[in-house]
Design a protein around this ligand. Structure first.
Ligand SMILES: *Cc1c(COP(=O)(O)O)cnc(C)c1O
Length: 489
């Protein structure tokens, strides 16, 4: 992999006068560079790299080889659902008919609006709710939108004292962050030793200042929250609404529905559960659904199907307002729609069951070598608390092998590391989510490598302490990388 192009900035490969592409002369009469008005012409040369096409192709191909993606290898990053995204969805999103400007008049965008409405309806059915907006751009954006719906609901009723939201200690970090951005005060509720919400800790928190409660189910430990009906009853009795973080809806698909569990508002991550390549911060889509009676608070614009079968966008007076410029990240909406249609009603529930089977298979095969803090069936993911002591060595010795060392060593074997040091409930957390798209062969290889790493930790801890050894970039100083970032582009 190391060649003259490797690891260089494109500016370092630049040679004055090198050209990769020649622009054709403009064929529009009267509009050539020479007669542009003085005020818009550039006075100095732009400092751009100059390179031939082959150099550019090699530069970017070498760069992409430094990356790791689902198409490169197994990527068991917990809470991220890094599953395989069928390429046919990419083809659908690239259909020229969908390549329309967001301000295209409704009359000329009927197909796009129909797709929006259809997906909204399918998601409503999957979730057991009344209506979805597809406007929010990410999971966290969906959380904020959903919490704004809850706030709007209380305000409309003149119930202005509800300024607090209950969030479990196991929640994804975006939950408290979104609540804070929404202007709500966060009240934390503890988990019991089995990893679920502690009802006895919850009861005293409930009162006239509670706007609602945010829950993830299965929670971020991969545990199904069995007491949801009771929790929902308690929160509703005190006047609050139930918010469901459905970022990782995989294990529930076609098996059970948040609306039936008593949730009032939720978001879904299309880029996790419904097949869009993601990572590195985007692109995303975080549709928000609500139960009957809350539809009018959803953000504007809303897509509606008229009685004559045509589609319009409307603005509701009671809406919380706009959360996005247009109707969301449309390319991702198309991918989700294509994904759902290709699976169909008959097959969608296989996705959930397989993701649960795969996670439990890895967990049971590896519990001989890794600490399992919460026993029992998990859903689509689970958490180990690092290597067992007999493999990790003495905690006070410099040779003690940590979760970070195991994660780095996994890279040498061509696997992406799991999510590490999250959730914060365990010191050496290692959160594994295999997803439903992996074959048993891949799972078996991963299990064998994880066992091999445990043996290495015992026999030669230095090998793990200095890992990775075979990646283009070795172990980084995390603190220095944040303080002195070097961006290559
Ligand atoms: C990924 C995730 C989110 C946030 O989604 P983004 O699209 O990254 O903003 C929220 N909650 C849970 C449980 C998640 O896994």
């Amino acid at each position: 992999m190391n060649n003259v192009y490797y690891g260089k900035l494109i500016f370092e490969l630049s040679k004055p006068g090198r050209i990769g592409y020649s622009l054709p002369t403009s064929d529009i009469q009267g509009y050539c560079i020479d007669n542009l008005p003085e005020c818009v012409t550039r006075k100095n040369q732009l400092d751009l790299p100059e390179a031939d096409e082959l150099t550019v192709a090699r530069h970017y191909t070498n760069m992409s080889n430094n990356n790791f993606g689902v198409d490169t290898g197994f990527y068991p990053l917990g809470s991220c659902t890094m599953k395989y995204n069928p390429k046919v969805n990419e083809e659908m999103a690239a259909l020229p008919g969908f390549n329309i400007h967001p301000s295209t008049p409704n009359a000329m965008a009927q197909g796009a609006l129909e797709l929006y409405d259809e997906l909204q309806k399918i998601l409503s059915e999957i979730a057991g709710l009344s209506r979805f907006t597809l406007n929010p751009y990410a999971g966290a954006h969906g959380e904020l939108t959903g919490l704004m719906v809850i706030r709007k609901y209380h305000m409309q009723r003149g119930d202005v004292t509800r300024t607090k939201i209950i969030v479990p200690d196991s929640a994804h970090g975006t939950n408290p962050a979104s609540a804070a951005v929404c202007g709500l005060q966060i009240v934390q509720v503890k988990s019991t030793t089995d990893g679920t919400v502690d009802i006895e800790d919850l009861k005293p928190l409930l009162g006239p200042d509670i706007a609602g409660m945010m829950m993830t189910n299965p929670n971020t430990l991969g545990i199904f929250e069995r007491k949801i009906p009771e929790i929902a009853r308690l929160v509703h009795e005190c006047g609050g609404l139930m918010y469901y973080d459905g970022a990782n809806l995989n294990p529930m698909l076609g098996v059970c529905r948040p609306g039936d569990m008593g949730f009032d508002v939720m978001h879904i991550n299309l880029h996790k559960t419904f097949s869009t390549p993601h990572g590195g911060g985007g692109p995303g889509s975080g549709p928000v659904g609500v139960r009957t009676g809350l539809e009018q608070y959803l953000p504007n614009p809303q897509v509606v199907r008229n009685v004559d079968g045509t589609y319009s966008t409307t603005n509701d007076d009671q809406s919380l307002g706009r959360v996005s410029g247009w109707l969301g990240n449309f390319g991702i909406i198309i991918r989700a729609y294509a994904y759902l249609l290709s699976l169909g009603r008959e097959n969608i529930n296989m996705a959930g069951k397989l993701s649960v089977l795969n996670a439990n298979y890895i967990k049971e095969c590896l519990r001989s070598h890794y600490k399992l803090p919460i026993d029992g069936l998990c859903k689509h993911e689970f958490v180990f608390d690092g290597l067992k002591d007999e493999y990790a060595g003495d905690r006070h010795s410099p040779d003690h092998v940590t979760t970070l060392d195991v994660a780095k060593r996994l890279l040498d074997y061509g696997f992406h590391a799991p999510t590490i040091y999250f959730p914060l409930l365990f010191h050496e957390a290692m959160m594994i989510e295999p997803t439903e798209t992996e074959s048993k062969d891949t799972l078996d290889e991963f299990i064998a490598v994880m066992k091999q790493i445990a043996e290495e930790a015992k026999a030669n801890p230095e090998l793990l302490k200095t890992a990775p050894h075979s990646t283009p970039i070795r172990r980084l100083d995390d603190v220095k990388a944040v303080k002195e970032p070097r961006f290559i582009y």
